[in-house]
Design a protein around this ligand. Structure first.
Ligand code: HEM
Length: 524
């Protein structure tokens, strides 16, 4: 016992605490021995048994944890340093999972366009998304059903619906800034982290989801949305089923929100009988059937609505925040964007016409600002698939075994000097004269023609069968919000503030709060 105590002395205060708790010394020694042995075996295994048919493994001391902390703190710094050391393809351990990162345009293609027989998105994401969206949709169904569901959702994302969305979004932003305590007086400062999450959900809800959902956000729905949102934590990648209080609240919120959507559907059905017409997504999803004749149930519709709300919220919220932060950082860009509004929407009498969907596409500087924001800060830094059958990596001897995960990070190629000059500079002018149409091979996976993105280093909306269907809606939402801010405010930074660093603690690349900018009303 005396010898053991001497050996454990270096643990210092921790050992004293363990003694106070009455932990038997032998248990402490056992645990320590186990840890030391597993580290030694793990290190020797990496040094002595390199398998040339598998991608190189990122060196790590602790089995199971592997590179979790390095990846979690700053995924891009991790990817860049590993890319330098091991090349575009390497495997790292993250909480017991073997993740093979595939970087560069070829890596993007490998992940996004993996064959259905070889990769599965649903097996990579379902444990995280199904408790939040609900069953029977997105990653809780076979891929062919997801493709049909994406087709249904796309019917509600047309130019016709977008035309009606623009004034609704503008109204939400103006109403919000008029009432908000952060915009009192002729000038001031505002924390974007405090207002943009609300503005994003209000604008998406009012346009895409309908008036009932927007109105409900002023009441109990806001709390439910928050509880559901808390289901999307990195922790839930591992323990989605664990009865944490947050997971119980998530499940309750999911059930209550689904009931709320179903009650709207019921109401719409009655209105339909009396000839009332709506143009939002619920209306569009109602009464559809799958190819085999199975009707889309009300519960399916409710769960798809939740999925749409959640899929767009974080991605758009992150993008609009980063965009405002970069614009505020460049007084010339603020001026250029305002002049563009006057040029495109000027009525010839010194006034500006209301925003319209038709003319938003003429606002090239605004559209390039969105593109540059998505290049420098794509919200989804990691795209994952589970490997279902061994996959050979073209041009190498590597075969990625079944059971591993492959990971794409198009944000790495979008910030690579090889493809974008001075990649770390936020330069809207780099997009001048560039085609906005996606080039390269296109394919229909069941929800319309989409690019396979095979040649592109810039893929913020993904590519292939899982490509985003919300891109046009996001563009409408982002450009309407940005243009409304620019029309109403001069933007800048308070003394000593600037564009903050990214924060990777949630699953999206967000700027570190509070993200304070300054504003001056153009027409106080
Ligand atoms: C898929 C990005 C907004 C709905 C994706 C994917 C990306 C992406 C990268 C592919 C994921 C993968 O391959 O695993 C973005 C960005 C957005 C945005 C950057 C905004 C700036 C939206 C919005 C909606 C939406 C507003 C809904 C209206 C979806 C859906 C999928 C998807 C349904 C398909 C998932 C699948 O097939 O697996 N998005 N998204 N997104 N997104 Fe978006």
């Amino acid at each position: 016992m005396g010898l053991l105590a001497t050996l454990l002395e270096p643990l210092g205060p921790y050992y004293a605490e363990l003694q106070k708790l009455g932990t038997p010394v032998i248990v402490v020694v056992g645990v320590l021995t186990f840890i030391v042995l597993s580290v030694v075996i793990n290190v020797l295994n990496q040094l002595l048994f390199k398998d040339p048919t598998k991608p190189p493994v990122v060196f790590h001391y602790f089995p199971f944890f592997g590179s979790t902390v390095r990846y979690g703190m700053d995924p891009y710094a991790f990817f860049n340093s590993c890319q330098e050391q091991y090349g575009d393809v390497f495997t790292y351990v993250m909480l017991g999972r073997k993740m093979t990162a595939c970087l560069g345009p070829k890596g993007n293609d490998f992940v996004f366009n993996g064959k259905l027989s070889e990769v599965s998105a649903e097996e990579a994401y379902t444990h995280l998304t199904t408790p939040v969206f609900g069953d029977g949709v997105v990653y809780d169904v076979p891929n062919n059903i997801l493709m049909e569901q994406k087709r249904f959702m796309k019917f509600g994302l047309t130019a016709e619906t977008f035309k009606s969305y623009v004034p609704l979004i503008v109204e939400q932003v103006e109403d919000y800034t008029k009432k908000s305590k952060f915009f009192k007086g002729p000038k001031g400062t505002v924390s974007l982290s405090a207002i943009i999450p609300e503005l994003t959900i209000f604008t998406a809800a009012r346009s895409l989801q309908g008036k009932e959902v927007r109105d409900a956000l002023d009441g109990s729905f806001a709390k439910l949305f928050h509880d559901l949102d808390m289901g999307f934590t990195p922790m839930n990648f591992l323990f989605p089923w664990f009865p944490f209080p947050s997971n119980k609240r998530r499940d309750n919120a999911q059930r209550t929100m689904a009931k709320f959507y179903m009650s709207i559907i019921e109401k719409r059905r009655k209105e339909e009988a009396s000839g009332v017409d709506h143009s939002d997504m619920i209306w569009n999803l109602m009464g559809r059937s799958y190819k085999d004749g199975t009707p889309v149930t009300d519960r399916n519709v409710a769960h798809m609505m939740i999925a749409l709300l959640m899929a767009g919220q974080h991605t758009s919220m992150a993008t609009i925040t980063w965009m405002l932060l970069h614009v505020a950082d460049q007084p010339k860009l603020v001026k250029d964007l305002y002049d563009e509004q006057v040029r495109v929407f000027g009525n010839g009498k010194g006034g500006i016409e209301p925003l319209s969907y038709e003319k938003l596409s003429e606002c090239t500087i605004l559209n390039h600002t969105i593109r540059e924001t998505l290049r420098t800060h794509p919200p989804l830094h990691s795209i994952m698939r589970k490997v279902k059958a061994p996959m050979h990596v073209d041009g190498t001897n590597y075969v990625i075994p079944k059971g591993h995960y492959i990971l794409g990070a198009p944000g790495v190629s979008a910030m690579d000097e090889k493809y974008f000059k001075n990649p770390h500079v936020f330069d809207v002018s780099r997009w001048e004269g560039q085609k906005t149409e996606e080039e390269g091979e296109k394919m229909d996976f069941g929800f319309g023609m989409v690019s396979k993105g095979t040649a592109s280093p810039y893929l913020p909306f993904g590519a292939g069968r899982h490509r985003c269907i919300g891109e046009q809606f996001a563009n409408v939402q982002l450009s309407s919000i940005m243009a409304t801010f620019i029309r109403n405010f001069e933007l800048g930074y308070p003394e000593g503030c600037g564009v903050p660093k990214p924060d990777y603690s949630s699953m999206i690349a967000l700027p570190t709060p509070p993200c304070t900018i300054s504003w001056v009303k153009r027409d106080p």
